[in-house]
Write a protein that binds this ligand. Structure first.
Ligand SMILES: CC(C)(COP(=O)(O)OP(=O)(O)OC[C@H]1O[C@@H](n2cnc3c(N)ncnc32)[C@H](O)[C@@H]1OP(=O)(O)O)[C@@H](O)C(=O)NCCC(=O)NCCS
Length: 141
C-alpha cells in the first residue's frame, strides 16, 4: 500500500466498517510512522479491490484490518490477502492473531478456513455489547 492508494483504500474502509472506520490520517500514520506496520493491497485491472494490514513485533504478528470491496467479495480476494499475510508474517513471526466481531460470519469462516483457532472473547471490543473473538494461529508448523 502506498500513499497514492489511500483514497481507494479509504473508500473500501468506510463501506466495510461504517461505524468503526479508520480515518485517512490513521492509514497515513501506519504507512509513514509505524515501523512495525506492513500494509498491502490487491488490484484487479489497475483498481484496488482489497487491502490488509498487520503489525509485526519481534516474533508476534497481528492483523489490524482486512477488507474487500463489496462488489468484489466472494471471488477469493480475501483468501489471497490472508494467505499473503500469513506468508509474510512467517518470515519473522511464530504467531499470527486478530480480533473479529462475534457476528461477522463471513470473516470468521475465512479465518477458520485459513487455520485460525479461537483464543477467547474480548468483551466490548467494538463498543458496548459488541464483543470480539480473539483468533490466532501458529506459523511455520
Ligand atoms: C471478510 C472478507 C475480507 C472476505 O473477503 P472475500 O473476498 O469475500 O472472501 P473470499 O471470496 O476469499 O472467501 C474466502 C472464504 O470466506 C468465507 N466467505 C466469503 N463470503 C462468505 C459468505 N457470504 N458467507 C459465508 N462465508 C463467506 C468462506 O469461507 C470463503 O471460503 P469458500 O469460498 O471456500 O467458502 C470480506 O467479506 C470483507 O471485506 N468484509 C467486510 C470487512 C470485514 O468484515 N473485514 C474483517 C474484519 S475482522
Amino acid at each position: 500500500m502506498t500513499i497514492e492508494d489511500l483514497k481507494s483504500v479509504y473508500d473500501i474502509e468506510c463501506a466495510s466498517f461504517p461505524h468503526t472506520s479508520w480515518n485517512m490520517e490513521s492509514f497515513l500514520r501506519e504507512l509513514t510512522a509505524n515501523q512495525f506496520a506492513y500494509y498491502f493491497v490487491i488490484e484487479k485491472e489497475g483498481n484496488i479491490v482489497g487491502y490488509c494490514g498487520m503489525w509485526l513485533v519481534i516474533d508476534q504478528s497481528q492483523i489490524t484490518t482486512i477488507a474487500v470491496s463489496g462488489k468484489e467479495q466472494g471471488q477469493g480476494y480475501g483468501r489471497q490477502l490472508m494467505q499473503h499475510a500469513k506468508a509474510y508474517a512467517s518470515n519473522s513471526a511464530d504467531i499470527l492473531s486478530l480480533e473479529v466481531s462475534i457476528d461477522n460470519e463471513k470473516a470468521i469462516k475465512l479465518y477458520e478456513k485459513e487455520g485460525f483457532l479461537y483464543g477467547g472473547i474480548r468483551k466490548d471490543y467494538y463498543g458496548p455489547g459488541k464483543d470480539a473473538h480473539v483468533m490466532w494461529m501458529k506459523l511455520n508448523e
